[in-house]
Design a protein around this ligand. Structure first.
Ligand SMILES: [Zn+2]
Ligand SMILES: [Zn+2]
Length: 294
C-alpha cells in the first residue's frame, strides 16, 4: 500500500510541478501538450484542409477533456499500479536488465533515442492491430473510432483501458534496450505527440516521398473510414507515428482521397455520448446495447 501511495503522491507532485513551471521546459508535458495543441489548432484555424468543418467541430469539448484525462489524471492511478507490479517483479529477481536484447551502451544518446522510437512504435503498431482484432479490446478502441469529425484533439480521445493495454509494451520496449534511461524518453514523447496530433488534425499534410516512413493526416483519415475494403475488414493504416510498418506488411490503404469521407464504424450510433458512460463502455451492458425489438 505504501508503494502505491508513494507513487500516487509522486505523480501528483510531478503534475503540480509541471503546472507551476517548476519542471525544466523540455520535460514539461503539461505545458508542452498545451503549446503543441494550441499551435496545431491555430494551423487548423488558418489553413484548414476541410474548410466546411467548424473550428469547434463535433465533440471538440469531450476530446479536449480526454487529452488531459488520459495524459495526467489517469497517469496518477496507473503509475501507482505499475510501481506495485514493478516492486513485486523485483522481489522475484526480475529487473530491467533481465530482458536486455539490444545493448545501446556504445551508441550515442541520439542513436539510442531513434532506436527506442522505432522499436516502441513497432510494438504499438502491433498492439493497435490487436485492438482491432480481439473483440473485447475492439470495444474499448471503438471510443477512439467513434469520432465523426477529425481534429487534433481526437488524438487522445480513447478509452482508459488503452493506457493499460499499451503501457506494458512500451515498458517492455525500454526493457529490451539495455543502457537506455527512460528519462531520456521525453524527446520521443514530444515527437510522438506532435505526429499523433498532426495525424488527427484538419491539415493537408502528406510529407511527400517521406509518406512511406511517416504517418500523416491523409493516411490516418482512412484508418478512421466507415467503409473499409472487402479484404481488409478489420482495419487499414494501423501506423502510430510511422507508416512504414503498414507498407511493409501490406496493411496500407489510400484510395483517391475524399477529405469529407464518412468516419466511424458500423454500429457507432450505439456509442454513448457522455464521458461517464464512455468510461464504463466495454464493462457494463448499456441500455442501447440491447437489440431493438419492434
Ligand atoms: Zn484504430
Ligand atoms: Zn486515430
Amino acid at each position: 500500500m505504501d508503494i502505491f501511495f508513494n507513487s500516487f503522491n509522486n505523480t501528483i507532485y510531478w503534475i503540480i510541478n509541471m503546472v507551476a513551471l517548476r519542471t525544466p521546459w523540455y520535460q514539461n508535458y503539461f505545458w508542452g501538450l498545451i503549446i503543441i495543441s494550441f499551435s496545431i489548432w491555430l494551423l487548423e484555424v488558418f489553413v484548414p484542409w476541410r474548410k466546411r468543418q467548424s473550428i469547434f467541430r463535433k465533440d471538440f469539448d469531450i476530446d479536449f477533456f480526454y487529452m488531459f484525462f488520459n495524459f495526467f489524471i489517469f497517469a496518477i492511478v496507473i503509475n501507482g499500479v505499475y510501481a506495485l507490479v514493478g516492486n513485486k517483479a523485483n522481489e522475484y529477481g526480475v529487473t530491467m536488465k533481465s530482458f536486455t536484447l539490444i545493448n545501446l551502451d556504445h551508441f550515442n544518446p541520439y542513436q539510442q533515442l531513434i532506436i527506442f522510437f522505432v522499436l516502441s512504435d513497432f510494438l504499438q503498431w502491433i498492439t493497435h492491430i490487436i485492438l482491432h482484432r480481439v473483440p473485447w479490446f475492439w470495444k474499448f478502441h471503438q471510443i477512439h473510432h467513434s469520432t465523426k469529425e477529425m481534429g487534433f484533439a481526437a488524438h487522445l480521445r480513447y478509452h482508459w483501458m488503452e493506457n493499460i493495454l499499451y503501457k506494458p509494451l512500451k515498458t517492455f520496449a525500454i526493457m529490451l534496450i539495455g543502457g537506455f534511461e527512460p528519462e531520456q524518453a521525453y524527446i520521443v514523447h514530444f515527437t510522438a505527440i506532435v505526429i499523433g496530433h498532426l495525424n488527427h488534425s484538419n491539415l493537408n499534410i502528406t510529407w511527400g516521398p517521406l509518406k512511406y516512413i511517416l504517418n500523416n493526416p491523409v493516411m490516418h483519415l482512412y484508418h478512421h473510414a466507415y467503409e473499409l475494403p472487402e479484404n481488409k475488414k478489420h482495419g487499414v493504416n494501423y501506423g502510430i507515428s510511422l507508416s512504414i510498418w503498414d507498407y511493409i506488411f501490406r496493411t496500407n490503404y489510400l484510395p483517391k482521397v475524399d477529405k469529407y469521407l464518412k468516419l466511424g464504424f458500423e454500429g457507432d450510433d450505439k456509442i454513448p455520448q457522455k464521458f461517464s458512460q464512455q468510461f464504463l463502455y466495454g464493462f457494463v451492458k448499456l441500455k442501447k446495447d440491447k437489440p431493438n425489438f419492434r
